[in-house]
Design a protein around this ligand. Structure first.
Ligand SMILES: [Mn+2]
Length: 423
């Protein structure tokens, strides 16, 4: 008996749901609140008002934030791990890649391509949050659309819809600064409920990262994957691979330059498409200078929708329009000006001794320097490693030095991204 009780007690190792004890109905919105009122369901009027509030730097009432996250968490929880959708006659689907808190660029995308409607579907392929300074605005807006039109608006989870990334790359801090810690916890749970992939017209397998470590993995395995058994993707397994992997030009598979996941070659993509009757894989997860790139003989397509990424990369953003005939139409767009708020996280490029850089975890915290969060990407050239380090914006000022054995000096005065490797 004792043993049974003990086993039952250790079964529940997850912390309790942040929704527990959250009594949204009893919260009141006092008359001083100057925004649109939200009743029991989302409306287009509320969304229109929300957009103008966000453009003017205003927030939503906390009660509405709780309502939106709770509603969408339930909607996406009930969706399959791979949502299967078709583009009907006279309808259109737009697939967008990473938006990363760049709210004003998302507004530009909608201005150019049209706002979501009942007949203009949108699929956002993960990484809505982190890095940019308007992650709560993007997440709340996308959620509001999802609540308004659950069958005409789609969301895939990205590797940034996870606790580890949000702690380091800005979203958790942004939630706390603009709303409350509980808002972050509710978002976190809703992220865990998001689908991991969308199959468009039986032809395009759309997911944030990419393909798998095992050729035998099929669409049926994704259909059968019970994503609700784990909140976070962890370091291995199907969920991790779907959120983290990248394509490579050479055949076969290779180690990831990120330290998490792996890289898959054109032959891997070809076999996966042939075995599963697919035209192509559409993924995001990596910046592309033209906003998109078609690789692997046309079978691996990357789309990225954050132009001038982190205010520091001169890339375009892109999106893909797909009609009922399922042809892909690529569009590019440029970044627009935004209020002068620096990105939550910036990148420093630097050169590291090859003996130290490769071992740094992607989101690990450097033991000597808590403000530098490890290596974002790492390319190996001529025995040297070119690395991009992530640094949170709260810690821009000052001069730091660190990194496992080798000393690396990072000068951050005035936000200048200069890094020197002392000889
Ligand atoms: Mn990503």
């Amino acid at each position: 008996m004792k043993r049974l009780e003990f086993l039952r007690a250790i079964e529940v190792d997850d912390e309790p749901s942040a929704f527990e004890g959250l009594d949204i109905d009893s919260m009141t919105v006092d008359s001083s609140y100057d925004g649109a009122k939200l009743g029991q369901g989302m409306t287009q009027d509320f969304i229109d008002d929300m957009i103008s509030r966000f453009k003017n730097g205003k927030k939503l009432h906390r009660k509405y934030v709780y309502q939106i996250i709770a509603a969408v968490r339930q909607i996406v929880y009930d969706e399959p791990t791979m949502v299967e959708m078709e583009v009907q006659k006279d309808h259109k689907l737009t697939v967008c890649g990473d938006t990363h808190g760049q709210f004003f660029d998302l507004m530009e995308l909608f201005r150019l391509n049209g706002f979501p409607t009942e007949s203009h579907y949108y699929l956002f392929n993960g990484d809505f949050v982190d890095r940019g300074s308007w992650s709560t605005e993007i997440a709340l807006l996308l959620y509001a659309y999802k609540w308004l039109r659950p069958k005409a608006f789609f969301l895939n989870r990205g590797n940034h819809e996870t606790d580890d990334m949000n702690r380091v790359y800005g979203f958790e801090g942004e939630c706390k600064a603009k709303y409350t810690e509980r808002v972050f916890k509710l978002f976190s749970e809703s992220f865990s409920a998001l689908p991991l992939a969308t199959l468009i017209g039986q032809k395009y397998f759309t997911l944030h990262g990419g393909l798998f470590s095992d050729d035998k993995t099929s669409l049926d395995d994704v259909r059968k994957l019970n994503r609700h058994q784990q909140r976070q993707p962890g370091q291995q397994g199907l969920m991790m691979e779907m959120l983290w992997t990248d394509p490579q030009p050479t055949p076969g598979r290779g180690p990831s330059k990120r330290g998490v996941g792996l890289q898959f070659g054109p032959d891997v993509t070809k076999r996966f498409c042939e075995n599963n009757g697919l035209e192509a894989v559409i993924r995001s997860h990596e910046v592309r200078m033209e906003g998109y790139e078609v690789e692997h003989g046309g079978r691996c397509i990357t789309v990225f929708s954050a132009p001038k990424y982190c205010d520091s990369t001169e890339n375009k953003g892109a999106y893909i329009n797909i009609g009922p005939e399922h042809k892909l139409e690529f569009h590019k767009f440029d970044a627009v000006p935004h209020p002068d708020i620096k990105p939550m996280v910036t990148f420093l490029s630097c050169t590291l001794d090859p003996t130290c850089s490769a071992n740094l975890p992607v989101s690990g915290i450097c033991p000597k320097l808590s403000h530098v969060y490890g290596v974002e990407t790492c390319l190996h050239r001529n025995n040297w490693s070119i690395c991009y380090l992530a640094v949170q914006r709260y810690h821009w000022k000052g001069v730091y030095s660190c990194i496992s054995g080798s000393w690396l000096e990072i000068r951050l005065d005035h936000g200048i991204n200069a890094v020197e490797y002392p000889t």
